[in-house]
Design a protein around this ligand. Sequence first.
Ligand code: MTE
Length: 169
Amino acid sequence: MDIRFGVVTVSDRSASGERVDASGPILVDAIRIQGWSVNKVVIIPDDLERIKATLATWADSDQVDVILTTGGTGFAPRDVTPEGTQAILERLVPGIPEVMRAESLKITPHAMLSRMTAGIRKNTLIINLPGSPKAALENFHVIKPVLEHAVKLLKDDPGSEQGHLATKQ
Ligand code: MTE
């Protein structure tokens, strides 16, 4: 099953050209290795309004099923990706960041410093990932196994209910 992704790198330094963005491309490669599509890619600064506008426009475009952001989830004064994301979400999905943090804690105690969030707007699942290529990829591998089922549920695909019944019985 294909999943249509959007990847947003949130970084002042990458947006200004001061630093080459490594995290966006590493996520794009990891998505394509799964056989999924990347329909939209952008690098934006750590700006609340830009984050909100990008995520809302993409979620409302009906061109992406999942939006991954990378960066801006930490404690620096300009780290506002979770705030920008939560501002445009309609429903929160706390289980995703809970499990990403739990699994990442097995790798580094710094995992608890990521304020990443996740949720749903219309039929699009939006998930924050941390900013370093290593952290973005490690967290992507945590969520990868549930994405197809999540997207089926968001599309209100009756076949996805079969999946529930099969696991309950
Ligand atoms: N999660 C994993 N799996 N691996 C990591 O190396 N780094 C952490 C954390 N989550 C890390 C991780 C660090 S050092 C920070 S500061 C936070 O993510 C926030 O990162 P960000 O500000 O780049 O979004």
